[in-house]
Design a protein around this ligand. Structure first.
Ligand SMILES: [Zn+2]
Length: 359
């Protein structure tokens, strides 16, 4: 029995690429020049992730504008003034809002995956944005001639397509980024919004077969941008019992940066359903301190007294840079943290295997 370990997705882009994106936005370089920088970043990221020993890779989201906006990047029928997401340190991120239907993705995640798979023979996972996050694009005042119900049908079709294409392109797992789950409890403590998000995402999952759903995971976290969060003050006991109602197999949860690990493990133990696997975050992506493999081993051993080994995995707390312009964590630190996760997971696995033999 082994303990699975996977990254969440994003790796800080090289400074040259971040500068290149700015130069492209201002018209100083053209598309071709930008693509050269992106290709170089992607190749280097995959090589360095392989070198960490990680058994599953991601493309580091080097060519995604952000984890949430890749499907709508460059779409015409958008107004920049949509929902605002405030972070604890005072900075904000803002989603655009849709001005016209019908809603169609401009880019699907499988495009990133196909490119990544030409650069490695290792398994590659693919993150997709949740239908619930993109449901926030529809403006509160409505769109003339395009009802919210019609928008939701289009959204469900598009997200199903995004997931299916990634599965068909050979994704090891498809991870639905559901970072707004915990945030929704802040916006609506009655949990009505969270329940509606879960219902929407389950509508997409119900379109997949049971064998397809074995390759579907969900990532939840309190946000991780510029070393700050948007909803870490919401307790997991409010979120997890509902989160595990999602008909997905794997759950990638921010965990290392939680203050009370035991309390979180108790809730996971009570809420995790048979056939589900929880990948706990063992590296704090908001802290520059690199965890030691020994510390990570201890964290996993603690978790193993609450979660059966066959339902336990490890991951990073979040992507290291979910937005392309975030350089708050360096690439070197990100790869060292991943290396520590892989080593610490192996150490815990060996110890638990020895204990199994002993009993
Ligand atoms: Zn996250």
């Amino acid at each position: 029995m082994s303990i699975l370990t996977e990254p969440i997705g994003s790796i800080p882009r090289p400074v040259e690429l971040v500068e290149g994106l700015k130069a492209f936005a201002s018209g100083a370089i053209d598309q071709q020049e930008l693509e050269i920088l992106q290709k170089r970043a992607l190749k280097d990221t995959i090589l360095r992730m392989e070198q960490t020993g990680s058994p599953v890779l991601s493309d580091g989201e080097q060519t995604k504008p952000s984890f949430a906006t890749y499907p709508i990047h460059g779409l015409k029928d958008l107004d920049p003034n949509g929902v605002v997401i405030p972070f604890k340190d005072g900075h904000t991120r803002q989603l655009p809002r849709l001005t016209k239907g019908p809603f169609r993705y401009r880019q699907y995640a499988a495009d990133f995956l196909r490119t990544a798979r030409t650069l490695t023979s290792m398994p590659v996972k693919q993150a997709v944005i949740s239908a619930s996050a993109l449901s926030l694009l529809y403006p509160a005042e409505g769109i003339e001639g395009y009802s919210q119900a019609a928008f939701i049908q289009d959204l469900l079709d598009e997200q199903e397509k995004d997931i299916r294409q990634s599965l068909e392109a050979g994704a090891h797992n498809v991870q639905i980024d559901f970072t707004e789950a915990r945030l929704s409890l802040k916006l609506d403590p009655s949990k009505g919004l969270l329940k509606s998000f879960i219902d929407l995402n389950n509508q997409v999952l119900s379109r997949l077969s049971a064998s397809e759903r074995r390759h579907i995971g969900v990532h939840s976290c309190p946000g991780g941008d510029h070393d700050s969060t948007h909803s870490a003050d919401i307790h997991y006991e409010e979120l997890l019992p509902l989160l595990f109602e999602l008909n997905a197999t794997s759950f990638y949860l921010q965990f290392a940066s939680e203050e009370d690990h035991r309390a979180v493990l108790e809730v996971i133990k009570d809420s995790l359903r048979p056939g589900q696997r929880v990948f706990i975050g063992v590296t704090d992506v908001l802290s520059p301190t690199i965890e030691t493999a020994e510390d990570i081993r201890e964290l996993i051993l603690e978790a193993s007294s609450y979660i059966p080994m066959e339902q336990l995995g490890t991951t990073d707390d979040c992507g290291f840079s979910p937005f392309a312009d975030d350089l708050s964590t360096s690439r070197d630190i990100a790869f060292e943290k991943i290396r520590a996760r892989v080593e610490g997971t192996k150490m815990a696995e060996k110890k638990l295997q020895r204990l199994q033999v002993a009993f």
